[in-house]
Design a protein around this ligand. Structure first.
Ligand code: SF4
Length: 402
């Protein structure tokens, strides 16, 4: 069935255009569910022949509350006047471009929402007639959706390179999430990928403005009474940047502009681009970067504690928390009945939920056995080599955790 079912509603051209966008748009990850090696990324799919999303650019996204939802992920135009070296939409590439009118795309989102195909929209664009003009059209699309069509669903709106302060403000009054793709971790790496983009003035400044507005202005001015969260995306592995460079920038962003999440999009060469002969990023590198980013954001790790090797890269073959634990806890295991929350979170297999469960349980009784931990949902196989239970190493068969 796919997009054919929309025929006859006077909007077939719109859905054909969306199908063309999907065809070219296979690199950008953003807030699609992250952290799985390539080939395992989750995508929306219904039953084969009845899938109303077939042929459309629809992705599953994961919200801060853990809820997953299908969103229409589209560009307002696939025409772009810039020439980023890795990008499928770069000006110098020959393919069929499509452009939507703001009202046209807004109506398509509304239609797909009413048919329960999507619960939200993630809207970006190629740069056409400058970032400011392009952002005006993005905002006009969401204005139309919110004001004329009374759309209440999820909106993730991209801030274009070089947007103005007033546009950031307006976008924040309409969207649940706004984002700027930094692409590289610093000026030099960005320049190697996207020579026409300016790291600080064009990309970092809008993220700073978002945070300034969130700090200085009351939340009720935002959509549904709160200001949107912010994310960014890095292209990984195209220009020789290290994991340390990427995570250093991410740690700065977490601290200074309260980024909700940084996304890592492993580089994959696109034909007919200057980077077409470069090697694709190992998907496990992307995965390790996500794991490390969660250690920084949710587990109280400092950048200096992450197990970077000589060139500033994380090991590929072991998760960074396990590598840290092997280096630091093997000889000095943590007493589960005494460790504070920060230390509990350093035990492999113990996350924020597990740490809380341990702290609640040990208020009543000391935890003495492997069974006590298993009952709290702690995966004992990962944790056992690094803990003491009432002063004793847990009695676990080697085979369980080696
Ligand atoms: S500005 Fe964006 S769409 Fe245009 S070439 Fe660069 S990355 Fe691609």
């Amino acid at each position: 069935m796919g997009i054919k079912q929309y025929q006859g509603a006077g909007s077939m051209d719109t859905f054909e255009k969306l199908a063309l966008i999907k065809h070219e748009m296979d690199v950008e990850v953003d807030d699609s569910i992250p952290g799985l090696p390539a080939g395992k990324k989750e995508s929306f799919s219904g039953k084969d022949c009845e899938d109303p999303s077939e042929g459309l650019p629809i992705s599953m996204v994961c919200l801060p509350n853990g809820k997953r939802m299908p969103v229409l992920k589209s560009l307002l135009t696939s025409a772009c006047e810039r020439n980023c070296n890795y990008c499928a939409f770069r000006a110098g590439r020959d393919f069929r471009r499509v452009t939507f009118q703001p009202e046209e795309l807004a109506q398509a989102v509304d239609r797909l929402t009413k048919k329960k195909v999507v619960d939200g929209v993630f809207l970006s664009s190629g740069v056409a007639a400058g970032g400011v003009r392009t952002e005006d059209r993005l905002i006009a699309t969401i204005e139309y959706l919110r004001r004329k069509l009374n759309y209440q669903g999820y909106v993730h709106l991209k801030l274009m390179p070089g947007v103005e302060f007033s546009q950031v403000e307006r976008a924040m009054q309409l969207a649940d999430r706004v984002s700027v793709n930094l692409e590289g971790p610093n000026t030099n790496r960005l320049h190697a990928m996207a020579p026409q983009k300016v790291f600080i003035e064009e990309l970092l400044q809008p993220l700073r403005w978002v945070e300034q507005i969130r700090r200085e202005r009351p939340g009720h001015e935002g959509w549904k009474g709160r200001w949107p969260s912010t994310t960014t995306q890095f292209v990984v592995g195209a220009v020789g940047e290290s994991d340390l460079e990427l995570l250093q920038t991410l740690a700065w962003l977490n601290q200074n502009v309260r980024l909700a999440r940084g996304y890592f999009s492993g580089f994959s060469p696109t034909p007919d681009t200057p980077f077409e002969d470069r090697t694709a990023c190992n998907p496990w590198r992307e995965h390790r970067l996500y794991q490390a980013s969660f250690l920084l954001r949710d587990y109280g790790f400092d950048l200096e504690e992450l197990p970077f090797a000589g060139e500033g890269n994380l090991p590929i073959d072991v998760d960074p928390k396990m590598a840290w634990a092997k280096a630091n806890l093997s000889e000095m295991p943590l007493e589960v009945n005494k460790a504070d929350r920060r230390d509990l979170l350093r035990i492999p297999g113990v996350g924020p939920v597990g740490a809380k469960a341990i702290m609640d349980a040990r208020r009543k009784n000391n935890l003495r056995s492997v069974e006590d931990l298993k009952n709290l949902g702690v995966p004992i196989g990962r944790a056992a080599p690094f803990i003491l239970l009432d002063g004793q190493r847990p009695a676990v068969q080697l085979g369980l955790w080696n």
